[in-house]
Design a protein around this ligand. Structure first.
Ligand SMILES: Nc1ncnc2c1ncn2[C@@H]1O[C@H](COP(=O)(O)OP(=O)(O)OP(=O)(O)O)[C@@H](O)[C@H]1O
Length: 291
């Protein structure tokens, strides 16, 4: 693992009683990378995010943020991180403008909110937080997490309550932010089309395990459905570097596909749609026999 990566997660395991919510998860995030955290309900995304943000302790494994252990982060490193929760709660008695100033003080930020972010959020600073709609609260949560221009930003389903206009504009804003600032971004969302467009890397979690960690362009170039009337023949012919992600009665979804591999005659190769691939890769029923 590259020591210079701002985010390094190694062999992270988190249990709740006898249930293992995260199972030896390892990955890192480079500067300027926007990484999608993908998985069904209960796959472990929020647990992983909780550990990454220091809200929750892992049972084993290690997290380093900008070279520091998550259990012992300096104020300097904390001020380089930002977090957008699924829903914003509390602070109802603050006015929007007051809360923005209050949170900015923790980061020792004196600069005003970036005009593009402020324009996108379109919030009335005089309004009480308790009087905001769900989507407006989510916009405020985003402003609070990004106003100090973090170098590592984590977003846990940040767009669920945003309308389609606000969602599209925010995704564009986030893409520009990551490119311009070279920030490392981890985002979980169930809106796959957004993640496919925005993210340069994909992490697929299934039942607490990281089953695939891949660059988005590589995923598209090298993930294929292979089907054959005699699927056992097809399976026997697959080279060891083809990772089987999912099985169906007549074939397999593989990652690592190359054109130069000889497959049985009449093998049909198709390019999976991203949503279909997600459903197959993350389905718990395919656990058996899958790499
Ligand atoms: N405090 C807890 N006590 C017991 N089990 C928990 C606790 N928190 C989470 N879990 C379990 O851990 C697993 C992972 O939960 P987690 O919230 O991380 O999933 P998720 O991928 O974020 O799901 P979603 O998409 O629904 O938000 C689930 O099976 C959940 O029931």
């Amino acid at each position: 693992m590259n020591n210079l990566f701002p985010v390094q997660v190694s062999d992270l395991t988190r249990r709740f009683g006898t249930f293992t919510a995260l199972n030896e998860v390892s990955f890192s995030i480079a500067p300027g990378e926007t990484v999608a955290l993908l998985g069904r309900n209960g796959a472990g995304k929020s647990t992983l995010i909780g550990c990454l943000m220091g809200f929750m302790m892992a049972d084993s494994g290690r997290i380093r943020i900008f070279g520091e252990d998550i259990l012992d982060l300096s104020r300097g490193v904390r001020s380089r991180t930002g977090f957008v929760p699924q829903t914003m709660s509390g602070f109802g008695t603050f006015r929007v403008g007051q809360l923005i100033e209050y949170i900015a003080a923790f980061y020792e930020t004196t600069a005003p909110v970036d005009p593009l972010l402020a324009e996108w959020a379109d919030l009335d600073p005089a309004k009480f937080v308790r009087a905001l709609s769900g989507g407006q609260k989510q916009r405020l949560a985003i402003v609070l997490a990004m106003q100090h221009q973090p170098d590592f930003l984590v977003l846990d389903e940040p767009v669920a309550s945003l309308d389609p206009h606000a969602r599209r504009d925010f995704m564009n804003l986030l893409g520009d932010y990551s490119r311009n600032r070279k920030a490392s971004i981890l985002i979980s969302s169930h809106i796959l089309s957004d993640l496919e467009r925005l993210c340069s890397r994909l992490l697929f979690l299934r039942q607490g395990r990281l089953v695939l960690d891949v660059r988005t362009d590589v995923f598209h170039a090298r993930t294929r459905w292979l089907t054959h009337a005699a699927p056992e023949l097809l399976l026997e012919s697959l080279p060891p570097d083809f990772q089987i992600l999912s099985r169906r009665p007549n074939g397999v979804l593989v990652h690592g596909y190359r054109d130069d591999v000889m497959l049985p005659a009449d093998t049909v190769m198709t390019i999976p749609d991203f949503e279909d691939a997600f459903l197959d890769i993350t389905a718990p029923s395919v656990e058996k026999g899958v790499a």
